[in-house]
Design a protein around this ligand. Structure first.
Ligand SMILES: Nc1ncnc2c1ncn2[C@@H]1O[C@H](COP(=O)(O)OP(=O)(O)O)[C@@H](O)[C@H]1O
Ligand SMILES: [Mg+2]
Length: 227
């Protein structure tokens, strides 16, 4: 099982929306996915209550139980666990980063968002934890210079998800309907973008797996499906 944490100190950057939409897209691609919601705000948990479909499962838990719950879900045959965290520095975010194989940092293309991620980036770098920024809520309709500037800055750091997400109402409406964007509007642009992010993420996880395997000088054990 691979573990991905969505972390940023700022609220409203899209951690919860992406956690559930990526989990839905992962399930649609054949992966057994689970969301562990360690944010007391419970956005992912509330989303799950509005849902009729059972998969992907969402468990709302305390950060203190994260490690033991991850062990349990790994024993239940899950391929991918996505951890949704509170928008603040603290035990919950640190625990999520510690447990993750990979961290995604959703940021809007704004100086304030990128600046606010300094503490998170320092922590991840100290822990030698693989991570990438994910540009989210990028303006559409020609107003793209802010996105290009942010993309350039993050590319210089070598830490940018290869796909970005535009500001699209499907994200807001899907969250309100208990659906992932790929379910809410399967042929929409938001759905395509979420699938592209998932594809990038799973490719990255595969690459990390190959590196780990090489480090261990062990035989390659292919992870099930894409992870
Ligand atoms: N790409 C996007 N386009 C439009 N709205 C978005 C997008 N991503 C997230 N949102 C919306 O922004 C709000 C905050 O997102 P949320 O996922 O709750 O952020 P966080 O969990 O980081 O606090 C929600 O209403 C969500 O639907
Ligand atoms: Mg949230």
């Amino acid at each position: 099982m691979r573990i991905v944490s969505l972390v940023t100190q700022k609220g409203g950057t899209g951690k919860s929306s992406l956690a559930v939409s990526l989990a839905v897209a992962a399930a649609e691609s054949g992966l057994k996915a689970v969301v562990l919601d360690i944010d007391p705000q419970g956005t992912a948990e509330e989303w799950y209550k509005r849902r009729t479909a059972e998969a992907p499962a969402v468990h709302s838990i305390s950060w203190a139980n994260l490690s033991s719950r991850l062990y349990r879900v790994s024993q239940q045959g899950y391929d991918l666990a996505i951890i949704d965290t509170p928008g603040a520095d603290g035990h919950a975010a640190s625990e999520a980063m510690k447990e993750a194989h990979f961290c995604l940092l959703p940021v809007r293309p704004s100086f304030a968002d990128i600046e606010a991620s300094k503490v998170t980036v320092r922590y991840l770098s100290d822990q030698a934890k693989p991570f990438a920024f994910l540009l989210n809520q990028c303006p559409t309709g020609g107003r793209t210079s802010r996105t290009s500037n942010a993309r350039m800055a993050l590319q210089l750091l070598g830490r940018l998800c290869g796909s970005t997400l535009a500001h699209r109402s499907d994200h807001v409406d899907a969250l309100a309907s208990g659906l992932g964007v790929t379910e809410f509007n399967p042929h929409g642009k938001a759905a395509d973008e979420v699938r592209a992010v998932l594809q990038w993420l799973t490719a990255r996880l595969r690459k990390l797996d190959a590196i780990e395997t090489a480090d261990d000088e062990a035989e390659t054990i292919p992870l099930r499906a894409v992870v």
